[in-house]
Design a protein around this ligand. Structure first.
Ligand code: NAD
Length: 269
């Protein structure tokens, strides 16, 4: 795609992290537009990032070849309906980051017929170690997919999905997933405290262990199951803990939790 003019509708956390990634990777700042709710936030964003900002969604989107929809899901219908006549004239490439809003709704609300990608990034994108699942409608060609890659690669890993329903699984897995790992860290900390450590020490060691294990799993040539086997000596302490997890149905609980998140996503859509 040659025209790199990109507009972010809504300039909150997710939009800001994507814009930050784009700028770091050399996207021309004067080709980035964003809409903000107030004059104050518009000024702040423009000072921080050196981009064009406006308090009008229509103005921000006016010349864009790519429009990234980054308002909260409940705002999406009204925002898109307002933009629809302009979008129908301009025919930009639309990318939504909104959780749970289906392509069919995005297509309907934007007036129909536009190339649209529905994406699902997650919170660690703010630190540029996110995970984004993407699904495109049939109007998105390879060149537009390459543009979407350019937009999301700076904030983490990405994967194109084969079916839209998989976006809901990604939402339940990596979208909500950081909270599952936070819960595990909390529970580990609590266990350490119950077993004799002060809270600060227990927390520090739980978090560092999570970080170390995640780094090992990401960097290793072997999968997590093999890494687990390698640190589990027969008859040792780790084996005893893992046996207890299994006996108490740990895997089943994780499956049920992820499925519950996916089912809830379907109810909300
Ligand atoms: P946020 O509240 O930080 O950002 C939303 C922004 O939209 C705010 O700056 C708000 O002022 C602005 N806004 C509200 N109404 C508007 C309007 N009518 N016109 C223009 N701007 C308006 O929220 P966020 O976390 O950045 O989430 C934005 C989108 O990203 C959501 O749809 C969410 O589902 C999606 N998302 C976020 C995350 C995450 O980790 N934060 C992960 C996946 C998807």
């Amino acid at each position: 795609m040659t025209d790199k003019t990109i507009a972010f509708i809504g300039a909150g956390n997710m939009a800001t992290s994507i814009m930050g990634g784009l700028i770091e990777h050399g996207w021309p700042k004067d080709r980035i537009f964003a809409s903000c709710r107030t004059e104050e936030s518009a000024r702040k964003r423009s000072d921080e990032l050196g981009i064009h900002t406006s308090t009008s969604n229509l103005k921000a989107a006016a010349k864009a070849a790519i429009v990234v929809l980054a308002v909260k899901p409940q705002m999406m219908r009204s925002v898109l309906t307002e933009l629809a006549p302009a979008l129908q004239k301009q025919k930009p490439f639309i990318i939504s980051v909104a959780a749970g809003i289906r392509l069919k709704s995005l297509d309907d609300w934007s007036g129909g017929g536009l190339p649209i990608v529905r994406s699902m990034p997650n919170t660690p994108s703010l630190l540029h170690c996110g995970a984004t699942g993407l699904f495109a409608n049939t109007r998105v060609n390879d060149a537009l997919k390459a543009t979407a890659n350019e937009i999301f690669e700076p904030i983490g890993i990405l994967q194109w999905l084969e079916r839209e329903e998989q976006v809901d699984t990604i939402t339940a897995l990596s979208g909500s997933g950081p909270a599952y790992f936070f819960l595990f860290m909390e529970a580990m900390t609590e266990a350490g405290v119950k077993l004799g450590l002060d809270h600060e020490t227990a927390e520090r060691f739980s978090l560092q262990t999570a970080l170390g294990a995640a780094n090992m799993a990401v960097q290793s040539d072997v999968d997590a199951a093999e890494l687990r086997r390698r640190v589990t000596s027969p008859g040792g302490t780790t084996e005893q803990a893992l046996k207890t997890f299994r006996q108490e149905g740990f895997e089943e609980v994780v499956y049920k939790a992820v499925k519950a998140a996916k089912d809830r996503g379907a109810e909300l859509a």
